[in-house]
Design a protein around this ligand. Sequence first.
Ligand code: ATP
Length: 342
Amino acid sequence: MSDDTCLALERLTLAYGDTVAVDALDLTVKRGELIALLGPSGCGKTTTMRAIAGLLDPRSGTIRLEGADITRRPANKREIGLVFQSYALFPHLSVFENVAFGLRLRREPRAAVEAKVAEGLRTVGLDHLAARKPAELSGGQQQRVALARSLVMEPKLLLLDEPLSNLDARLRLEMRAELQRVQKASGITMIFVTHDQGEALALADRIVVMRGGAIEQLGTPEEIWNRPASGFVAEFVGFETVLGLRDGKLDTPAGLMPVSGAVPAGAAGLAWRPGAVTLGAGPFEGEVLGVSFAGETREYLLDSPLGRIKADAPAGLAMHGIGAKVAFDLPAARAAVLPRLG
Ligand SMILES: Nc1ncnc2c1ncn2[C@@H]1O[C@H](COP(=O)(O)OP(=O)(O)OP(=O)(O)O)[C@@H](O)[C@H]1O
C-alpha cells in the first residue's frame, strides 16, 4: 500500500443473513480524493458505506484506514465522519451549538471549540448565521450545517450518503459546487453515494460504478463518460442505443446488419448517445414516435427494426412530425466501443 492511501477495502464481503449484498469488493481511495459510489437501487452502495463506518460487520475481508486494520474497530473509534440525507440537526440548539456538539462531547477546551466552529462555519459560508436555529434555515443551509458539524471533527474520512437528495433541483446544483469547494479547501477524503450520474460526473475525482454488489467500472468522470466498460455503464451515462457486435456486424432484433465504418477487433458492442445518431440520411429507417423541443436540439424517439432509437437533431432543421418515416445512421466513428456488452 502506498503512503497516500486513505482507505483500502480488501475482498470485502457483506451480507444480511443469506443475502450477499457486496461480494469480494476491492477498492483503494487516495488521501484527499472525492469518490462517488454510483449505481442503481440495491447495488450495495449504502451497505458498503455502513461497513466502512462500522455500522455493519463484514462477513469477510479487511478495511484499512491509513494503513491500520479497522475491520473490527467500533464505529465511534474509527475517526470517520458521516453525513446522511436526513441531516438530523438538534432543533433546540443554535447553528453554532449544533456544530460544536461533537467537539464538546470530546471535551475539547472552550477556546479550541470556538475557533474550530468559527472556521467550520466559515468554510461552509454560514458564519453570519451562527446564532440561528435550524428551523430558521433553508434546506441547503441546514445541509451545510450538517457538513460543518462533520468537518470540525477533522475525520480521516467523511462518508456522505445521498447528501443532496433532499434538496430541490436549483439548490442541489448550488450545493454540488459548494461540496466540491469545501472538499478541496479542507483536503478531507470523501466518499459519497449517489444514484444520479450527473452528480457523480460533476463532483467526483473518481467514480465507482456498482452493480449487483460488485464494481462494474472504476474511473475518472471522463473515462466513465467517454469509455464505458460495458453496456450497463453505457446506458447509465446516457448512451441510449446499445447494440452488440457479431461477426463484425450489428446484432439487432431484425438480424445482423452492416456497421457504418470500421470497428476495432475484439469489441463486444457499440453505443451511441442521441447526439451521435445521424438523422435524415443512412441505411436504416424509423418512424417518429415522439419529438420534443429542447432548445438547441429536437429530441426524437424512433421506432425501427433495430429497436427504439433516440436521436437529437439541431432545432434549426425542419421538423419531422409524428408518424413520419426518417432515414438514420449509426456511425461507428461516433460510437463508444464496448469491451463487454452486458
Ligand atoms: N437490512 C437489510 N436486510 C436484508 N437485506 C438488505 C438490508 N439492507 C439492504 N439489503 C439488501 O442488500 C442489497 C444492497 O442494498 P443497499 O441498500 O446497499 O443498496 P443501495 O445501492 O444503497 O440502494 P439504494 O440506492 O436504494 O439505497 C439489496 O439487495 C438490499 O435488498
